[in-house]
Design a protein around this ligand. Structure first.
Ligand SMILES: [Mn+2]
Length: 246
């Protein structure tokens, strides 16, 4: 696997355009151009899209520019790994083979230069997330997906747009964030006990880089508040914010 390894998550590319969305896309595209110039491997650790559902013959046109940038990045020789999140689980071959090199439908482990990376989007890890775990097993169910696929795409995306505007708050109190990090560290401890050097996740919209058990827990932040990314140059791992002034 080519280094540097770049990790991003929770870009949440929206279904509706807005000035904020345009500026986010500009930042993202400059980041992708940077990777294309440097070479390496890109890992998208989920929730790249606010909503993505692929029909057998239909893809959402709102993402056309993003698709074209990703495709160009892949064509430039950069391998793209896409680990699905809770907002973009419903992929088919357009994502899995046209746009990316490899898609991971769940957590995965990779080893590069003797370092082991455990990668997960991170949803459903918290002990109090029981309701969410039940919902997850329904919306990832084959029958549910098969049925949803028979909805007209306009209706399918309307429903998703409506759902995604219900109670989505990515900014939490410090107290809540600390509670989350405490839980994630317990989880990371188990994983590092099994030999991982880095436990990397997204989903929680916080930037966290903490030592755990001789390894590290890294929560990648997001591209709503932080425009953050992880980078492993072959020796060291850093969590940074993408600087863009144009
Ligand atoms: Mn998520």
């Amino acid at each position: 696997m080519e280094t540097p390894l770049y990790f991003i998550s929770d870009v949440h590319l929206m279904l509706n355009t807005s000035p904020e969305e345009e500026s986010k896309q500009k930042k993202l595209f400059s980041f992708l151009t940077h990777i294309s110039n440097k070479g390496g491997t890109l890992f998208i650790i989920g929730d790249f899209f606010e909503f993505y559902f692929e029909y057998p013959s239909v893809i959402p046109k709102v993402y056309f520019l993003v698709f074209s940038k990703l495709h160009a990045l892949k064509e430039s020789g950069v391998d793209i790994h896409f680990l699905v999140g809770n907002h973009d689980y419903w992929v088919q071959e357009f994502i899995t083979s046209t746009l990316t090199t490899k898609t991971h439908l769940g957590e995965t482990t990779i080893t590069v230069n003797g370092k082991t990376f455990y990668l997960t989007h991170g949803d459903g890890l918290l002990t109090w997330d029981r309701g969410y775990r039940a919902l997850k097993s329904v919306i990832r169910n084959r029958v549910f997906i098969w049925l949803y696929r028979w909805l007209h795409p306009t209706l399918g995306y309307k429903i998703a747009d409506w759902v995604s505007h219900q109670g989505q708050h990515y900014i939490h109190t410090d107290e809540y964030n600390q509670k989350v990090v405490k839980e994630l560290k317990v989880f990371a401890e188990t994983i590092t006990n099994e030999g991982a050097d880095f436990v990397i996740c997204g989903h929680y919209h916080q930037m966290v880089d903490e030592p755990v058990n001789g390894g590290r827990l890294i929560v990648l932040g997001d591209w709503i508040q932080y425009f953050s990314y992880g980078v492993f140059d072959g020796r060291t791992m850093e969590l940074k914010r993408w600087k863009f002034d144009a």
